[in-house]
Design a protein around this ligand. Structure first.
Ligand code: GLU
Length: 415
């Protein structure tokens, strides 16, 4: 099967939005390309003394609304088009929650699971040295994404600071607490998603205390989603999986047990509870809420018709392709689109930037309260637009976010 190119999906989504907004084709043309991109080659000394060459990217998709913002992904399947797509989604995401930021994304083609700690540190520092002149607190601020951790953010911040000759906490977010990180950043993506689920449940009159959840992906977003749906709503998590497979148990799965199993054995599929379930099967389970929290392109026209969940809360970036969106909308599945549902991560990253600029850390309840306000407002504006214009939730989110980006471009005299 031909691989789905996520940047082509972005183009389709922008075209659709341009049609709804009746955008000037010249404006649409600007929106359809990244403003800037950097390709870097990273020679890294491995533990055995040899030099291995890695390739990386940083894309600043659009910074009309403020400095570019977005994570760095370390992944063996990384491509420039994936980074372009993710940087476009970051642009809409920051606009969606009305942050004074543009969108960017970075990536390195590598398999961090095969690297030693020393190799990973040297790779992280090499990446930072290569993109040094391209980024900065007022230019472009990276953060974690798939397979990049607070420790990696710490090394990168340190490398940038060493080159600047002064501590520069504000160059990157998702740092450990002791060196300029924000309270509440760890679970922010999932918590933000939970606030949107809470609002969706109100709109659909769904009792979350009786609801069942299935979570695809057990990284930072997936694990916290499983933990928080139980903690915040008393919901039951009946299935979890990761890249190696998963487990289903209608009586419920303990999120902490699943985490301990993943840490010990490398995968939640080794849990002793319930029965095995594949990555594909989990999407078609008869649950109230499905949370794709792994990678792109998992919900397609092939499986969309078989989805039984009432709500799909997209904690992953780009899990649903456009053809599937149409099917889900016709079926009445309520989709909370990625750049709304997972905007909690970048929102708390932005709070981290603010705390760094002010040198004044906030308490966790302040972070949570401000996050709740941002997510609740964003969700309800999308729901209202979707109902008013009779368009699906993703199109409604696009309409709001793209309008804001276009307004900034116009005011700056770009278009
Ligand atoms: N990588 C996360 C995302 O896709 C967080 C980005 C950030 O905090 O800048 O939203």
């Amino acid at each position: 099967m031909a691989k789905i190119n996520p940047f082509e999906i972005v183009q389709t989504q922008i075209d659709k939005c341009a049609e709804i907004l009746k955008l000037d084709p010249q404006v649409t043309a600007v929106l359809k390309s990244p403003m800037r991109e950097l390709h870097v080659t990273l020679p890294v000394r491995m533990d055995d003394g040899t030099i291995k060459v890695f390739h990386g990217f940083r894309v600043q998709y659009n910074d009309a609304r403020g400095p570019a913002k977005g994570g760095i992904r370390f992944h063996p399947d990384e491509t420039i088009d994936t980074v372009r797509a993710l940087s476009a989604w970051m642009t809409w995401k920051c606009a969606m929650v009305d942050l004074p930021l543009g969108g960017g994304k970075g990536g390195v083609i590598c398999d961090p699971k095969t690297l030693s700690t020393g190799e990973l540190e040297r790779l992280s520092r090499a990446y930072m040295r290569s993109v040094f002149q391209f980024i900065g607190p007022e230019r472009d601020v990276p953060a974690p994404d798939i397979y990049t951790t607070p420790q990696i953010m710490a090394w990168m911040m340190d490398e940038y600071s060493a080159m600047m000759g002064k501590t520069q906490f504000g160059v990157i977010t998702g740092k450990p607490l002791a060196i300029g990180g924000s309270k509440g950043r760890g679970d922010a993506t999932a918590r933000g998603g939970m606030f949107t689920i809470r609002e969706a449940a109100k709109a659909l009159k769904l009792d979350l205390s009786k609801a069942t959840f299935a979570v695809q992906g057990y990284g930072n977003a997936g694990y916290y989603a499983a933990k928080l749906c139980k903690e915040m709503f008393g919901s039951k998590i009946v299935a979890v999986c990761d890249s190696k497979g998963g487990r289903y148990n209608e009586k419920g799965i303990d999120p902490e047990e699943a985490l301990a199993c993943k840490e010990k054995t490398g995968s939640v599929c080794n849990l002793k509870t319930g029965k095995p379930i594949s990555n594909e099967e989990i999407l078609e389970l008869d649950v109230d809420i499905l949370i794709p929290a792994a990678i792109e392109n998992v919900i397609t026209e092939k499986n969309a018709g078989k989805i039984k969940a009432k709500i799909i809360a997209e904690l992953a970036n780009g899990p649903t392709i456009p053809a599937a969106d149409d099917i889900l909308y016709k079926k009445g599945v309520h989709v909370i689109p990625d750049f709304l549902c997972n905007a909690g991560g970048v929102t708390v990253s932005y709070f981290e930037m603010v705390q760094n600029f002010y040198m004044y850390p906030w308490e966790e309840d302040e972070v949570r309260e401000k996050l709740d306000r941002k997510m609740t407002e964003a969700y309800n504006s999308v729901l209202k637009t979707s109902r008013e214009h009779k368009i699906n939730m993703r199109q409604a989110a696009y309409v709001i976010a793209v309008k804001r980006v276009v307004e900034a471009m116009k005011l700056r005299g770009w278009v």
